[in-house]
Design a protein around this ligand. Structure first.
Ligand SMILES: [Fe+2]
Length: 309
């Protein structure tokens, strides 16, 4: 891994800031790491080393403002920006410090309508365990559902095949799994990695641009996914699907909604991807009856294709 390293941060819109903070900090169990003069709230998962991974912005509508990837260094950032421009995608430089504790960002808009950012610098504040003989987990920081990290997102918008080409040809991502359109002629859904994870970002074809399907947070066991379901129920968090397993990516999952209607996922599992891994294909029927979405129930929950923010 030398180019794009991992998902870094997502800025999402919530309709009531304190309700959003209560959800992400107190129920999901992220740590609040700052607030800026625009009123945005910054949070990190306990195991993340960098300053923040979720930024909440109060707005009149829910959804995602941008999703960002951390790249190796500033030389990589400059190279990827030049490659994006050469490919025909205009970029914008956002100055260091516009987001707290974050360096300069390169932003561009995908043909799906999503703003994606790349950056090389964000202050490391660590997971509280130190680097010498560390404990395996942080008793003080692990609270609520307590995911390890922001793992990936699923975005909905048009032109998924063009998006795939940009991630493959410019950003160095690898297609891991895909689902086909009903006629089998094109990819309706793509699951892509910049690492050896089963996915770092995914897209599904959708007529409205720029939509968020879910932000996903990683847990380290199936038992913790079930515990997350308990905590959702105990805290009146509306659940969409699960606990169950996706056939696609093999992730064990719960889909649920934050108070503004943004879907989030708590999940574990998946498998290791190598550069020579074969792309796995799901037919349109396979997404539902084949268990792609819900392997236990083998049905295409209507909300999967219709509810986005
Ligand atoms: Fe997911």
């Amino acid at each position: 891994m030398t180019g794009v390293l991992r998902p870094g941060h997502a800025q999402i819109r919530v309709m009531n800031l304190e309700e959003g903070v209560h959800h992400y900090r107190d129920i999901l169990g992220m740590t609040e790491t700052g607030r800026d003069d625009q009123g945005r709230v910054y949070l990190k998962c306990w195991e993340e080393y960098d300053h923040s991974s979720v930024i909440l912005r109060e707005a009149d509508s829910a959804g995602i403002d941008f999703f960002a990837f951390r790249v190796l260094d500033n030389a990589t950032l400059n190279k990827l920006e030049a490659d994006l421009i050469e490919y025909g995608l205009p970029t914008t430089r956002i100055p260091a410090g516009e987001l707290l504790e974050t360096g300069e960002r390169v932003r561009f808009t995908l043909p799906s309508g999503h703003d994606i950012e790349l950056y090389a610098e964000k202050t490391r504040i660590g997971n509280g365990l130190g680097g010498i003989n560390p404990n395996p987990w942080n008793e003080g920081a692990e609270k609520g559902i307590a995911p390890l990290r922001l793992d990936h997102c699923l975005l909905y918008g048009p032109n998924v095949m063009e998006v795939q080409k940009i991630f493959e040809d410019v950003l160095g991502f690898q297609l891991v799994e895909r689902s086909l359109t009903p006629d089998g002629e094109a990819n309706m859904g793509i699951w892509m990695t910049c690492s050896n994870k089963v996915h770092d970002i995914a897209f599904v074809e959708h007529p409205e641009p720029g939509k968020l399907h879910h932000l996903s947070f990683l847990l380290d066991s199936w038992e913790k996914v079930l515990r997350a379901a308990d905590l959702m129920s105990m805290n009146d968090v509306p659940v969409d699907i699960g606990p169950t397993r996706h056939g696609i990516t093999r992730g064990a999952t719960i889909y649920a909604w934050d108070p503004s209607g943004n879907r989030f996922e708590t999940f574990m599992g998946g498998y290791t991807v190598y550069p020579d891994s074969e792309v796995l294909t799901w037919t349109f029927e396979g997404l539902g009856e084949g268990g792609g979405l819900d392997f236990a129930q083998r049905k295409l929950h209507e909300s999967f294709l219709t509810i986005v923010t």
